[in-house]
Design a protein around this ligand. Structure first.
Ligand code: ADP
Ligand code: MG
Length: 233
């Protein structure tokens, strides 16, 4: 069972992973009040309107749009809601946009890739990370495999802090960002175990102008065979 971006971010946030403040909306009016509420709460004066469909590649397909005024929030939301979004991960009909996520805009220094998934060939959990984020990870794996960092958790040893730190080293992180990265990866494993998630993909994980690592997109998939014990989700 796939979670929508906003649901995945709620989960990440509840486990202590930093996300942008956002509010989901099913109508243009709701999108406008969401934007006003975010402005009140965070002081933001620009927003990103994001179509909530179960497909990636929304940015390139017009499903992620910037709005720099409330009037523009109205415009972008009304353009998206009620249409079908066709991305390279959907078929030709696309997917209906019934909800948009109104998120406060953030500065971006760099975009990274980070995921944790059940690797069935290795019969274990594997982290995948890359300094090339925000783009198609399959393309990075094909064109520059040296930019992909892997860590497969040994089921007998369990999660090893040393290996998470090594991943952070290889990402080139130092100081506070290094420890933020380690803490995010640790929390992703907690979510995976607690919520029976077989995929937690954060693409991009970004570094903002205040040197904070933020999960700017989230794709979380819950193992269907475990749904009986994940009633809440
Ligand atoms: P998708 O992967 O479906 O294209 P993302 O959520 O990854 O959608 O968004 C695409 C891009 O849009 C991101 O890589 C980032 O550059 C930009 N973006 C998304 N959300 C925000 C935000 N809140 N503030 C600033 N830029 C954003
Ligand atoms: Mg993305």
């Amino acid at each position: 069972m796939n979670l929508h971006e906003y649901q995945g971010k709620e989960l990440l946030n509840s486990f202590g992973v930093r996300v942008q403040r956002g509010i989901v909306a099913t109508s243009t009016e709701q999108a406008v009040s969401a934007a006003k509420k975010l402005q009140e709460d965070t002081g933001t004066n620009w927003w990103v309107i994001k179509a909530q469909v179960h497909a990636g590649g929304r940015g390139k397909a017009g499903g992620v749009k910037i709005a720099s005024s409330i009037a523009e929030v109205h415009e972008r939301a009304s353009e998206m809601l009620g249409t079908n979004l066709i991305t390279k991960q959907t078929d030709q009909k696309g997917l209906p946009v019934n909800q948009v996520y109104v998120e406060s805009g953030t500065s971006i220094q760099s975009e990274y890739y980070l995921s944790l998934l059940v690797d069935r060939t290795k019969e274990s959990w594997t982290y995948i990370a890359s300094i090339e984020g925000g783009v198609d990870i399959e393309a990075v794996a094909e064109e520059s495999p040296e930019k992909i960092i892997n860590y497969t958790i040994d089921p007998l040893k369990g999660l090893e802090l040393y290996s998470l730190k090594q991943m952070a080293d290889r990402m080139g992180f130092t100081d506070d960002v290094h420890s933020q990265f380690v803490s995010i990866t640790k929390r992703m494993f907690e979510i995976a175990k607690d919520k029976d998630a077989n995929l937690i993909e954060v693409n991009p994980l970004i570094l903002d102008d205040h040197n904070q690592l933020i999960a700017l997109d989230a794709k979380i998939s819950i193992e269907s065979n475990a749904l009986f014990r994940q009633e809440e989700l």
